[in-house]
Design a protein around this ligand. Structure first.
Ligand SMILES: Cc1cc2nc3c(=O)[nH]c(=O)nc-3n(C[C@H](O)[C@H](O)[C@H](O)COP(=O)(O)OP(=O)(O)OC[C@H]3O[C@@H](n4cnc5c(N)ncnc54)[C@H](O)[C@@H]3O)c2cc1C
Length: 460
């Protein structure tokens, strides 16, 4: 008899797992509470504008990401970001300045003062942290690179990736590769040079040099393809309420959008839903204490505003990936992606698409404002930063009430809990953006890792 697995959640983690387990001959049923598959992957096409409402692109940091796209048959539809997207702007003195991408460019860059550049010479001689307490990213960066580097490189970068705050994010859990560079090589600069060789051996690519891709019709091509491949194995509009184990069989209790309840038996169950929602699901008649605590993992709210403009309304050449905004510059938006410069087919002829992020840990209340209010504050900032004039020709607003899990100082206890729960409840597994990185690529790698464990347990 073939083994069966229930997968809770149809984001990238759940879809990857369902595809891999089905491929291995395990019977899968994927349960998704929304009426569409994809989770954060969500694209919207309207009037020749292609708006990404969640992630805009995926970084090819691991061969597992490349293989997955090939194996689901999307290789032909993949599009890499234009060469110009290597340029990233950071706002300094209210205007975008290119982030230097090489040591000579760094030396002449106006982004950092002479003293900040001089400070970097000290870095290789600073002792490695002795771990007598867990450092935040800010503490780590100030200690090794100085305050200005924190303000004008790390703070805007963290706002762009996590919508987060370096004062609370853990360097050990949120940026494990950065943390490991210091622990292993004693210095970030030395580690950067030596680590390159080891990454090559593992066929991994550093985030800063990984290629960025999407698809002809946006990232929604992944869930669309998974719908075709998994077909009747997927049940949308179906929420899981409880799971109980009877002898060796898990019974998954579901409710659909019409209120119809059902119990589905399976040999195992993989949870890939948002981790703060797990406490809504009873496990064997109770909510374990460690699960109850997970509801407090902070996910700041974020609003994504996709705006279209006629090209002649924007003075900036938009020759790059986008512009990130340091907190010290005191704007109301977190950053802007030059979406139609990155990828073709994002805007009609002679028009451009900009994707603006608002809120996050820095200004959570901004994310909660109405579309009109967010548009007003955004247009004010875009005028100053990019010389954008007049009203947009296209507006699409998406509100993410809980956008991205923050791996704050102390996050290690949650990571331990996932391992502990898997041991306490044999046959119950966890995968998703809460386990070993928040990006789409990290989530695919995590799902592949957990799926391999499931396969070796059930198939050997
Ligand atoms: C605005 C935004 C921009 C981003 N930008 C980028 C980017 O450019 N690049 C990048 O790499 N990453 C980006 N990310 C991060 C990345 O997209 C996510 O971390 C990743 O896609 C999460 O995947 P996941 O499968 O873990 O979770 P999700 O995508 O959240 O999927 C979980 C699914 O589980 C379902 N579910 C939950 N509970 C239940 C239940 N009880 N029963 C049934 N179903 C349930 C949910 O409805 C959801 O569909 C961004 C995220 C956001 C929000």
């Amino acid at each position: 008899m073939s083994k069966s697995m229930i997968i809770i959640g149809g984001g990238i983690a759940g879809m990857t797992a369902a595809f891999r387990l089905k491929e291995a001959g395990i019977k899968v049923t994927l349960l998704e509470k929304n009426d569409r598959l994809g989770g954060a992957l969500y694209s919207h096409q309207e009037d020749s504008y292609l708006a990404e409402l969640g992630p805009n692109s995926i970084l090819e940091t691991s061969p597992l990401v490349t293989e997955l796209i090939q194996n689901i048959g999307l290789e032909e539809d993949k599009v890499y970001a234009n060469e110009s997207s290597k340029v990233r702007y950071i706002v300094r003195n209210k205007k975008p300045v290119p982030l230097p991408s090489s040591p000579p460019a760094f030396i002449v860059s106006p982004l950092f003062s002479f003293l900040a550049k001089l400070r970097l010479i000290k870095e290789p001689f600073i002792e490695a942290w002795d771990n007598h307490y867990e450092e935040s990213l800010s503490q780590f960066v100030i200690r090794r690179l100085g305050q200005e580097f924190l303000d004008y490189a790390i703070n805007p970068f963290v706002a762009g990736v996590y919508a987060g705050d370096p004062d609370t994010l853990s360097v050990k859990h949120g940026f494990p590769k950065l943390y490991a560079l210091e622990q292993k090589y004693g210095s970030l600069i030395k580690g950067q040079i030596k680590g390159a060789k080891e990454r090559k051996k593992r066929q991994e690519v550093a985030k800063q040099s990984a290629r960025m891709f999407s698809f002809r019709e946006g990232l929604k091509m992944i869930p669309d393809r998974m719908m075709d491949l998994l077909g009747s194995d997927i049940r949308t509009s179906t929420r899981v309420k409880a799971m109980t184990k009877k002898a060796d069989v898990w019974e998954i209790h579901t409710i659909d959008s019409d209120g119809k309840e059902q119990v589905i038996p399976a040999d195992g169950v993989l949870y890939t839903g948002r981790i703060t929602d797990l406490h809504n699901i009873e496990i064997d008649g109770k909510i374990p204490d460690e699960v109850a605590k997970m509801q407090y993992i902070y996910h700041p709210p974020v609003s994504v505003l996709v705006l279209g403009f006629r090209r002649d309304q924007v003075q900036h050449p938009l020759d790059g990936f986008g512009v990130l905004i340091p907190k010290v510059e005191e704007f109301q938006i977190l950053g802007v992606l030059f979406s139609s410069s990155m990828f073709e087919r994002r805007a009609p002829k002679d028009h451009v698409t900009l994707t603006i992020f608002v809120g996050g840990t820095r200004q959570p209340d901004n994310a909660k404002k109405s579309t009109e209010e967010i548009l007003e504050l955004t247009l004010r900032d875009l005028q100053t930063i990019l010389g954008v004039n007049g009203q947009p020709t296209f507006v699409h607003h998406t509100y993410w009430e809980q956008a991205i899990p923050q791996y704050n100082v102390g996050y290690g206890k949650y990571k331990d809990s996932f391992d502990h729960l898997e041991k306490t409840y044999p046959g119950l597994y966890f995968a998703g953006n809460y386990r070993s990185g928040i990006s789409v690529a990290d989530t695919i790698v995590n799902s592949e890792e957990v799926t391999s464990r499931i396969k070796s347990f059930y198939l050997n």
